[in-house]
Design a protein. Structure first.
Length: 287
């Protein structure tokens, strides 16, 4: 009888835990203490938010890039100059990075008519008219900026630490920074013609934003079951995305595209790096 009672209590506790998870209890992954780190490497990934598996992170009016840009403008999060997240990016520099410059010439209102030719322009004047010795006013140029639609920033980069925990015998992935980038191709909004990163964010700041002020906005949209939408922060922790490796830490700081001249070979090298990390975890204790 006691065993049955214990079983019932256990089932009730387990059900309560599942219900708490369904109600939106955040997924938190504890850090590995230094004494338990057996292996560690840094990995950079590129995420195409228009790719099918990543579309839940890029739902209409709740795009990852839109949320981050709006949060910066509202003063809820700080952008950085690089994914090392050491030096902050000034507000005006951020606005210039997420906008396109539009130059417009403004002319002064003076001058015109015959006087614009000068009094002696035809070998003699009309009456007492004299040539003006004042220099012509300089042409003024005012700079205006058109904001780039946030949904066009459809590329994100992740910087991660890959850590093998000897205590749990598991490979763990810790995202440290998220960067948003403007892809190449649309010369209207990206005249440079190449993909460029515009801002970098600390991952923990992003998590605090999505689980805090933006908890109602930062939704990973579940197309198959609308009762099971997730917070974007939880989607990152559950790794519900696809982002191929573009660089693994090395002495020369070269990415896969710099290690080979062939595009197809770069794709194969990216897959090889991914497989090597998985094989390291699965075969570590077989030697």
């Amino acid at each position: 009888m006691n065993r049955i009672s214990y079983a019932i209590v256990f089932i009730l506790l387990a059900s309560g835990a599942l219900m708490a998870q369904d109600k939106g209890q955040p997924i938190i992954k504890s850090e590995v203490i230094d004494a338990h780190i057996m292996f560690e490497r840094q990995v950079w990934r590129r995420m195409d938010l228009k790719e099918r598996q990543n579309r839940p992170l890029n739902s209409k009016n709740a795009e990852l890039s839109r949320l981050l840009i709006d949060a910066v403008r509202e003063g809820l999060i700080k952008p950085y100059r690089s994914d090392s997240c050491i030096n902050l990016l000034a507000d005006d520099e951020f606005e210039a990075a997420v906008s396109i410059e539009r130059q417009q010439d403004a002319f002064g209102g003076g001058g015109g008519g015959f006087d614009s030719f000068g009094g002696g322009g035809f070998g003699g004047g009309f009456g007492d008219t004299q040539t003006s010795t004042e220099p012509a006013p300089e042409q003024e140029t005012t700079k205006e900026y058109d904001p780039i639609p946030p949904d066009l920033f459809s590329v994100a980069y992740l910087r991660e630490d890959v850590i093998f925990d000897r205590n749990r015998s598991r490979m763990l992935w810790y995202i440290r920074a998220i960067s948003i980038a403007l892809p190449a191709g649309d010369l209207t909004w990206n005249p440079a013609g190449f993909e460029k990163k515009v801002a970098h964010f600390k991952y923990q700041d992003v998590v605090d934003l999505f689980r805090g002020p933006y908890a109602e906005k930062a939704i990973w949209f579940n197309n198959q079951n609308q009762a099971q939408h997730r917070n974007i922060a939880d989607a990152f922790e559950l790794r519900l995305f696809r982002a191929p490796i573009v660089k693994v830490s090395n002495a020369q700081n070269l990415d896969v595209r710099q290690l080979t001249t062939e595009v197809f070979d770069a794709v194969l090298l990216s897959q090889e790096l991914e497989n090597n990390l998985m094989e390291y975890e699965s075969e570590l204790w077989e030697y």
